[in-house]
Design a protein around this ligand. Structure first.
Ligand code: GDP
Ligand code: MG
Length: 163
């Protein structure tokens, strides 16, 4: 059985960028559950010698503030149900926002296992946000830069014992 990892978090934190890095060209649409399906992308990830299924939650980008919370909850719950691990991503440059705290609560209730990641951590600009991420109470945050490929070894190290 392959490990399934869902990348979750609010719009614009860099989920799809990391998904694309992990998957490369190979990706497929998840095709059950009408309504939610177009909001989830599934692909086969490679990270060193690890192979796992990765899910990108993509359905919140066009949500208005009013509809965001409900959609966020449903989509995140669905991803958490499908996945062995939720990689919960925040933007280290923004620090922890109220929406991130909502995600943390949803994941605490629904996810089997959460890995916290402070993305956009390249350079000095992300240091404060990364430290702030500890306040979410989800353990030690990874310092990632999906765009620049930084922190991939740390991600490997936390996934390897779970795979
Ligand atoms: P998503 O909405 O969470 O899927 O976020 P995207 O992957 O679409 O990225 C949103 C924006 O953040 C894009 O402009 C990306 O180029 C940028 N981005 C993604 N990862 C990083 C990163 O590691 N560092 C920086 N500085 N920008 C990033
Ligand atoms: Mg996206």
């Amino acid at each position: 059985m392959t490990l399934t990892v869902a990348i979750v978090g609010r719009p614009n934190v860099g989920k799809s960028t990391l998904f694309n890095r992990l998957v490369g060209q190979k990706l497929a649409l998840v095709d059950d559950q009408p309504g939610v399906t177009r909001d989830l992308r599934e692909g086969e990830a490679r990270l060193g010698d690890l192979r796992f299924t990765v899910i990108d939650t993509a359905g919140l980008e066009d949500a208005t503030d009013d509809s965001l919370q409900g959609r966020m909850r449903r989509l995140t719950e669905r991803a958490a149900e499908m996945a062995d691990i939720c990689l919960f991503m925040i933007d280290a440059r923004d620090g922890v926002l109220a929406t991130d705290e909502l995600f943390a609560d949803i994941l605490r209730k629904n996810a089997k296992h959460v890995i916290l990641a402070a993305n956009k951590s390249e350079g000095k600009a992300g240091e404060e946000g990364w430290l702030e991420a500890y306040s979410l109470g989800l353990g030690e945050p990874l310092r990632l830069s999906g765009e620049h490929g930084e922190g991939m070894e740390d991600l490997y190290q936390v996934l390897m014992p779970l795979a």
